[in-house]
Every structure is written in C-alpha cells, then in structure tokens.
Design a protein around this ligand. Structure first.
Ligand code: GLU
Length: 468
C-alpha cells in the first residue's frame, strides 16, 4: 500500500463522456498501479444543472467500465458545514473578507476593464475595509497581488502565472453557497488527495487553487493536466463527432475492456503496444508516459480494437456481456457450454457484441427463416439428392468431428458429382437461413445431430413444396 490518493470528481450535469472517463481511468489506474486509494466525489453544488439522472448515469458508466472506488461517493451538496468551517478559518486568518459592492458596481468594473482591453477583474474596493456580513455581501479571497504562482505540472512542466492577473475571487456567494474553486480545494485537502490528474481545461483554475492551499497552510497535491480529447477535425470532441457517452458504447456492443484500452492509449503510451488487458494497464500505467499532445478520438480504431478484445476474451466473459443483447433480440440463451461453443464460432468474425448477437440467433431459432435471395439461389431441386444423402450419412454418424464430417461431405460429392460449394451453400442456408455464417463444420458440430438433421429435412421439404 502506498500513500497515493487520487480522485475523480464529476459534475452530474450530463452523462459520463469519453473524455471524463479517460480522466477517471488515469486516476484509477494510477491509484491501482501504486496500490493507493481512489476516491469518487460528485460535484453537485450547481443545483440548477445537477440531476439525479446524471448521477445515476455516471454510476452506471463507471460500474460498466469496472472503475471501482475505495472511498465515497461523496456529494459536495452534503458537505456545506465543512466548507463553512473553512470559510470562517480564512475570514479569521485575514485571508478573506466581506465585499458589499453592488452588482451594478461590479458590472461597471467589468465593462471598464474590457473597454481598456484587460481581463474583467475585481478592483479590491472592499479589501482591508473590515466590513461585517450584510444580506447581499459576498466573501472574497484576499489573493496575493504581487509575485507569481507556479503550477508544477507533472505533464506540462512548470507553468508560471503572474499574480497580477488574478483578482480577489469570490469564495462564498451572498446566498451562502461556496464557489467551485474553493470547495474543490477544501475537498481535496480533507480527503487527503495528493495527486490531481484532470483535463487541461482546468489549468486556469489551478493558480487560484494553489493560493487557497497556501492560505490554508496545506501541502499542495501533485498536479497533472491532461490534454483534451479531440475529434478527427482537431476540435474538442462533441456530439458532432458521433457518440460521446460511455453508455452509448455499451449499447453499441463494445466491451468495457476495449473502451478502457482505447481511452487510456489516447494520451498514454507504453512503447508502441496498442492492445492491453485491464491487468496489463494496471501493471504498466505510470504518469511519466502521459503524452503532451491531445488524443484524437477515432471510432474506426476503437472498433478495430473492440474486435481484438472480442477475439481475446474468454467465452465465459463474453457471454456475460453478450446475454443482454441476445435477450433484447428475444433469444432465451443461457450461460453454459452451448453458448460458449456458439461464441467460439463467432468471436473471430464479430466487431461488436451486436454483430455477435445477430450472428448467434440462428443457433437458437426453433424454425430457420430463409433469407429470400438465399433460398432462391441455393435451395433448389438440383441439391435435393445431395441433402437427402447427407441426412442419411449424418444419421449413421455418432461423433461429429471435423474429420468425420469432411469424409461425409466427400462421399456426398463423389456420389452426386457436385462440387463442395454446390453442397455447402445449400447446407448453410438450410442450417442458418443465410449465405454468410461461420464455417459449415463448426456449425454442424455446435448444433448437434438432431438439430442438423431436422433443419436439413425442413430444407428438403421446403424445396419439395416449392417444386409443386
Ligand atoms: N468537477 C469538475 C469537472 O467535472 C472536475 C474538477 C477537478 O478535477 O478538479 O470537470
């Protein structure tokens, strides 16, 4: 056990998007790699935009990804007493003060600064005045005016911010609610967080947060700001680029291990290795190898990686993820040997679990429905004798090994003078209803003698009925 403590603090104002999931993963993997702790905190102080539905969606996504936490979930909305204590401490130590400037005055300040080409800043009117609390007063942090604040970033190196660029920012609004930068710092201090990995869209908040740490006499955590995830056009990833929510990938038939692998590789590397199992990521993940340039989210690459993970996964593990897709399609499959063998015939030919579920349905159907074109082209009187012969041969065969099946097909070819393709395609259509499927011998082995013979007999009947 090390003393590393990381956190993931999503704001529940929407679903968990892939960029947020990557941040969660970096923190989770680092904690797991270092045998430290990982904390989940829900940043729900913005009561207007935070919803329970978003909280639920975030939990669902994290659970599906297999990101577990050691502590929490904490909810900021339930921690107002703690924030109050820290606000009072800053007031008492002279690091914060009541500001009674009216909104009009603040607006005028803002306009003036903008007109002068500067950043809108509070001009410190109430600083040092010792005003007492009034109904409309806010509490401001007395920020250092001179000097600079350096963010020692693990990923980007040292970044120096001039303190003259900052102002006495608000830490508590007039309605008593604390502000974002303040609560993050109080939470990170009280939760013992010592490593903060987050998106670089938060970099500008960091000097303010560092000032608060200093005023509260707390040691700084290590900060690492990760470049954003971009779309292929190099703009920030958004809905325009396609699906961005984690659960959308679940619904599209991706394996959590594939999405994890892809997201981590979008911003972290280990040589030129692309495929990582979850355990390998935990073993190899370090902060030094997080890259400085933004990751480009490429759905085609993710799809290819998903196919690789489907290939590599055990049938038992795949069946857990596949079953909901089969159920959705009205298929009453169950975990067990039969499903495992079905999966073994499909795992090298499925890019997603949707492909796999669609491909598995014929194994479970009570009566095969033939695709119109497939039946027209392949279920014809010319193959009747071959199908009949095959039925007879199979009936006398007890063990459906590949070798035995090959021999039987050879015998049918010899007897009918038909080429393998002219026999295999009708058999395929008879067994699956389609012209594309796993290998014919594999299918026969999985379906078993009774089903195969039944399906072949049905096809023979179908051809005879059509002939009449
Ligand atoms: N709640 C913030 C967000 O969802 C994260 C803040 C942080 O990591 O410090 O972007």
């Amino acid at each position: 056990m090390s003393n590393i403590v990381t956190r993931f603090p999503p704001s529940p104002t929407g679903y968990l998007h892939v960029g947020g999931a990557r941040t969660a993963l970096f923190n989770w993997l680092y904690a797991r790699h270092m045998k430290g702790r990982f904390i989940l905190r829900i940043e729900d102080t913005d009561t207007k935009r935070s919803t329970q539905a978003s909280v639920d969606a975030i939990f669902e996504a994290l659970e599906w990804l297999g990101i577990d936490w050691d502590d929490g979930p904490y909810f900021q909305s339930k921690r107002f007493d703690i924030y109050q204590t820290y606000i009072q401490a800053l007031l008492d130590s002279g690091h914060a003060y009541y500001c009674i400037c009216s909104q009009e005055k603040i607006d005028a300040m803002r306009k003036e600064a903008l007109a002068a080409g500067g950043k809108p800043k509070y001009d410190g009117t109430c600083r040092g005045k010792g005003f007492a609390k009034t109904a409309n007063a806010v509490i401001r942090f007395k920020a250092p005016i001179t000097g600079s604040t350096t963010v020692k970033d693990i990923i980007k190196g040292n970044i120096v911010f001039q303190n003259s660029e900052q102002d006495d920012f608000i830490i508590c609004r007039s309605d008593g609610t604390p502000t974002y930068n303040f609560v993050v710092v109080v939470d990170d201090i009280t939760m013992g967080i010592n490593t903060v990995i987050r998106g670089d869209d938060h970099l500008n908040n960091t000097p303010r947060q560092i000032m608060l740490y200093n005023a509260l006499k707390s040691p700084l955590p290590a900060f690492g700001h990760v470049p954003m995830v971009l779309g292929k056009d190099r703009t920030r990833l958004s809905k325009r680029h396609g699906a961005t929510s984690v659960t959308a990938y679940k619904d599209m038939g991706y394996l959590p291990d594939a999405l994890i692998n892809y997201l981590v590789r979008l911003g972290w590397s280990h040589g030129d290795q692309e495929f990582f199992s979850r355990d390998e990521l935990i073993e190899k993940f370090t902060l030094e190898n997080i890259g400085k340039s933004p990751g480009i989210f490429d759905q085609e690459k993710l799809l290819a990686l998903n196919a690789d993970h489907i290939k590599a996964a055990s049938p038992g593990n795949l069946s857990t993820h596949l079953l909901p897709f089969l159920k959705e399609r009205g298929c009453l499959a169950e975990k067990g040997n039969f499903l495992d063998s079905v999966i073994r015939t499909l795992n090298t030919r499925s890019k997603t679990l949707i492909d796999m579920a669609d491909g598995a349905l014929f194994y479970y159907t009570k009566s095969v429905s033939y695709e119109e074109k497939a039946a027209q082209k392949h279920l014809k009187p010319v193959c009747l004798s071959a199908l009949q012969l095959l039925i007879d041969q199979l009936e006398s065969l007890d063990i459906f090994s590949e070798k035995a099946l090959e021999n039987i097909f050879k015998r049918v070819m010899d007897n009918t003078g038909l080429k393998l393709g002219k026999i295999a395609q009708p058999v395929r259509v008879a067994l699956t209803g389609k012209t594309v499927s796993p290998g014919i011998f594999e299918i026969i082995e999985v379906l078993g003698k009774k089903q195969v013979i039944l399906r072949l007999q049905n096809a023979v009947q179908f051809i005879k009925d059509r002939k009449d």
